[in-house]
Design a binder for this molecule. Structure first.
Ligand code: ATP
Ligand code: MG
Length: 517
């Protein structure tokens, strides 16, 4: 072996040893790092914004992002990943910040979009992320649940069997709603849609029902009015108001009803009964359309994306009556939809009519005539609530519907006739009184016995001898008298017992007594 060869093998030897040593060091460092979770060592995946505009962003370099994961943008603005492409992901931003620009970096959080839940939300006005909007103290809540949750499975549901009283005569008698039902409130602008929903919330006072009013894209003054009304009626403490305004990012508007539903489900899953109002879903659909167009999804009918039906059914499927095994809680939904020029067959209204279990149609024509609430009983229907309706209503509703529909036909005909036979004249007189009795002021919910008594009175012809303008005063008298007397009958009706002929007779006698006075 030559000297040169010897030198080379020495060098190899020492190199090997050095390498071994270094590897050993690295290994022990690695072990050490793994053994103690170090607080100053946080791994984050960061990506780069490639496009921002209209409330959405495209981000590159975060291939492991999960669907609906929260990503943090500059200025700590959260965004939700909804389009997971191969190279790029589409993110909806929940707020705005001047620092969000193409080229800026974005961090993954590993969390799915969630919302606060709990008792502490009651009486508060908040947004979908839990931001306080009522100027009160910050929320002291540490429990959060995903905004998007799966709807209960078929076997976990029970049929609708408990009535949900709205306190509005025309609805409780003719279009009854039950716990766990989804009943659409539909009508043109300014027809009293919000009033029907808010009055239903007010009527839940003393029932233990938790209410959620979810305002989507409403004017701030309109929401403030609802909050004031609820406070005046002492119902705010039992209600959560979840708000997103028209100025908010479309992403936040889109997520808000899902978040509000999660807040409702928290109560439902504890066996409580919850009522949620979505005011309104046409604005929700528009926010989603805006996002989808920006995310370059193919537009369909009325430029709405193809999955618009799915996003609404996914939302409303979460409302149901749970089975006894799951605690027997319920979530009843009153989604609101504004129509244009009474076109209920437009894309979004028809979708919702087919998703829900019925609709309350509010007619601008009736509203103009001052027939408030402007419920068009002919175009309204409740597909499941009838099974839950109290038997006393069933006893009066049939006659009422018949008298009213005969009257509507006759009235339009009578305009051309010079002379009417006595029977027709009587039917018209009765019908006018039925119409008068179905009128009801805003924020004046009636108890079950009050409603039953007034409907019975008109059916029995007790109002036939009164002038039309005397009827409302007389009804007021009846309502007051019933509050003091007839308590046992009220309990009987509310407990769902069938009334005997004597019960009915005693009610009729009582009513004729008051009317005669
Ligand atoms: P928008 O399209 O603006 O949301 P809307 O359909 O929700 O309107 P509301 O705001 O509920 O309608 O009501 C419109 C107006 O009608 C309000 O001024 C309200 O006070 C009045 N109103 C509603 N219902 C009644 C009623 N039963 N009696 C008297 N006034 C009523
Ligand atoms: Mg409204």
């Amino acid at each position: 072996m030559t000297d040169a060869n010897l030198e080379q093998s020495d060098l190899k030897q020492s190199l090997k040893q050095n390498l071994k040593q270094t590897l050993g060091q690295v290994e022990s460092m690695y072990d050490e790092a793994l053994s103690k979770p170090s607080s100053d060592l946080i791994l984050t995946e960061t990506g780069i914004i490639t496009f921002v505009g209209g409330g959405i962003a495209h981000v590159e370099g975060l291939p492991k992002t999960q669907s609906e994961e929260i990503l943090l943008f500059p200025g700590n603005v959260p965004g939700i990943a909804i389009d997971l492409g191969e190279d790029e992901i589409g993110v909806i931003l929940l707020a705005d910040d001047p620092l969000i620009k193409a080229g800026a970096s974005v961090k993954r959080t590993g969390h799915i979009a969630d919302t606060p839940v709990g008792d502490a939300l009651l009486g508060r006005v908040i947004d979908a992320t839990g931001k306080v909007l009522d100027g009160g103290s910050p929320l002291n809540i540490h429990t959060r649940m995903p905004m998007e949750r799966e709807a209960p499975k078929i076997m976990e549901r029970a049929p609708v069997k408990v009535p949900l009283q709205t306190g509005i005569k025309s609805i409780d008698a003719l279009i009854p709603i039950g716990h766990g039902q989804r009943e659409l409130i539909v009508g043109d602008r300014q027809t009293g849609k919000t009033s029907v929903a808010v009055d239903t919330i007010i009527n839940q006072r003393g029932t233990g029902m938790i209410c959620i009013y979810c305002a989507i894209g409403q004017r701030g003054t309109a929401v403030a009015r609802v909050v004031e009304t609820l406070r005046d009626a002492e119902m705010l403490e039992q209600t959560i108001v979840v708000v997103t305004s028209g100025e908010d990012q479309p992403g936040l508007q889109y997520m808000t009803p899902y978040a509000a539903t999660t807040m409702a489900e928290w109560f439902r899953d504890q066996g409580k009964h919850v009522l949620i109002v979505y005011d309104d879903l046409i604005r929700h659909a528009r926010a989603y359309r805006e996002l989808s167009l920006l995310l370059r999804r193919a537009p369909g009918r009325e430029a709405f994306p193809g999955d618009i039906f799915y996003i609404h059914s996914r939302l409303l499927e979460r409302s149901t009556q749970l089975s006894e095994a799951l605690g027997g809680g319920s979530l009843t939904a009153l989604p609101i939809i504004e129509t244009q020029a009474e076109d209920i067959s437009a894309y979004i209204p028809t979708n919702l009519v087919s998703i829900t279990d019925g609709q309350i149609y509010l007619s601008p024509g009736l509203f103009r005539k001052g027939l408030l609430p402007a419920v068009d009983t002919g175009k309204s229907v409740s597909r499941v609530g009838g099974k839950a309706q109290l038997p006393a209503y069933r006893a009066v509703a049939g006659d009422l519907r018949l008298a009213y529909s005969q009257f509507e036909e006759l009235e339009s005909f009578a305009r051309f006739a010079t002379r009417l036979d006595d029977a027709s004249q009587a039917a018209i007189n009765r019908g006018r009184r039925v119409r008068e009795v179905l009128k009801q002021g805003e924020h004046q919910p009636l108890t079950v016995i009050q409603q039953i008594a007034m409907l019975k009175a008109v059916n029995e012809g007790l109002f036939d001898g009164l002038a039309l303008n005397q009827i409302s005063v007389t009804q007021k008298k009846i309502a007051d008298a019933l509050q003091q007397q007839m308590k046992p009958l009220a309990t009987k009706i509310e407990s769902g017992e069938k009334l005997s002929d004597e019960d009915w007779q005693s009610l009729v006698d009582f009513l004729s007594g008051i009317i005669k006075q």
